[in-house]
Design a protein around this ligand. Structure first.
Ligand SMILES: Cc1ncc(COP(=O)(O)O)c(C=O)c1O
Length: 387
């Protein structure tokens, strides 16, 4: 079966009611017939659910679908994207280890690396997304893992997965990829040698701005370690959120197709506008890594970004002039969203750190929704006129 069919047809076994759509299993724990059945479950001799911090039919269904889409062996669903990323570090790294990470990385991931991992004796080095051939020089004898986002948030740099997959194979490093921006519909990092793929399901996977969620999928032995860490430390995804996200995966394919088509149309229409420069979209020929993006991403995704010539003040005027697009801290919604990373997601970085990841004062990130593309374009054009 094709993975998208599996994502639609994977289903928790039907209850005696014979329901077509999976019900919500709002239960903290599960009952056993007798003491022997309970002993067997605790001894891992059966797959029976015990307690919803460990597993639940709704979280399992969501995980199974994502595992199918990513081509993974196993997975574990978490309460948010950040808890998935944090769990993958805590479960697999130890004091004395070293991590390589792309410099342009989501703000909270940067905080985990810079503030928390050093407390546990785990060192990290940032490497530039656009020059993967330089990463080899940053590898130390104690380097254990490479973590990266592609495309990066918010600068949309695209990292060559074939190059990094090969690097990790040659140096026996774990490759851990945040696939939030692309989703498994556009890009499957495991095919390039990734051992783990993390997700903020809060974004395109939910796709409607309703629930937080996350997941990590990948090689079964690594996922088992992450599962054991999560089982004890408790960042479990709630059954309700898992139920929502499992349903969402059934439409991810068609939604991503339209998000990408809308985004490509808008990026083409706005490129060269006199009020902006540096418009970036992975599937526009002007993107610095266009050839790589075409090779590893089925379509360009739903995000594009640009720099307003007028800098910070123009950015404020632009956001204030928008009438249709939402000003909100999320992305990956049916409703288009404009954001200003310098004052929001990356505000905790110093000015020098922002400059290093090319977050300029006038950078605007657009998450393209499913509204009619002409309406989104009209709003962006009138806001550009006003700034
Ligand atoms: C690339 C990326 N990774 C991880 C996260 C964190 O996800 P969550 O908010 O679900 O914890 C985000 C959130 O914006 C993100 O953009």
């Amino acid at each position: 079966m094709h993975p998208t069919t599996k994502a639609i047809r994977t289903q928790t076994p039907r209850t005696a009611e014979g329901e077509h759509s999976t019900p919500l299993f709002l239960t903290s724990s599960f009952c056993f017939e007798d003491a022997e059945a309970m002993r067997g479950a605790f001894a891992d001799e059966t797959d029976d659910n015990i307690y919803s911090r460990f597993s639940n039919p709704n979280t399992q269904e969501f995980t199974d679908k994502l595992v199918a889409l990513e081509g993974a062996e196993a997975g574990y669903a978490t309460a948010s994207g950040m808890s998935a990323i944090f769990a993958s570090f805590m479960a697999l790294l130890k004091s004395g280890d070293h991590l390589l990470c792309c410099r342009s990385v989501f703000g909270s991931t940067h905080t985990i690396l810079s503030k928390y991992l050093p407390k546990y004796g785990i060192a990290y080095t940032y490497v530039d997304a656009e020059t993967p051939e330089t990463w080899e020089a940053a590898i130390r004898p104690n380097t254990k893992m490479v973590f990266l986002e592609t495309p990066t948030n918010p600068g949309l740099e695209v990292i060559d997965l074939a190059v990094i997959g090969d690097l990790c194979r040659r140096h026996h490093l774990l490759l851990n990829i945040d696939n939030c921006f692309a989703t498994p519909i556009l890009q499957q990092p495991i095919a390039y040698g990734a051992h783990l793929v993390t997700h903020s399901a809060t974004k395109w996977i939910d796709g409607q701005g309703r629930v937080l969620g996350g997941a990590v999928v990948g090689r079964a032995d690594l996922i088992q370690e992450i599962y054991l860490f999560c089982r004890s430390s408790g960042p479990a995804l709630s059954p309700f959120n898992a139920w929502v996200l499992s349903k969402s995966l059934e439409t991810l394919d068609v939604r991503m197709e339209r998000h990408s088509a809308n985004a490509l149309f808008l990026a083409q229409a706005l490129e060269g506008h006199p009020k902006i420069n540096g418009l970036k979209y992975p599937h526009l020929p002007s993107h610095p890594q266009y050839a790589i993006a075409k090779a590893q991403m089925q379509s360009g995704g739903g995000i594009f970004c640009f720099e307003l010539n007028g800098g910070l003040d123009a950015g404020r005027r632009f956001l204030d002039a928008l009438q249709l697009l939402s000003l909100t801290a999320n992305l990956g919604d049916t409703r288009s969203i404009a954001s200003h990373p310098a004052s929001t997601t990356h505000a905790k970085l110093s000015e020098a750190e922002r400059a290093a990841v090319r977050i300029t004062p006038g950078l605007i990130r657009i998450s393209v929704g499913l509204e009619h593309r002409d309406d989104i374009l009209a709003d962006l054009l009138q806001a550009l006129d006003a700034c």
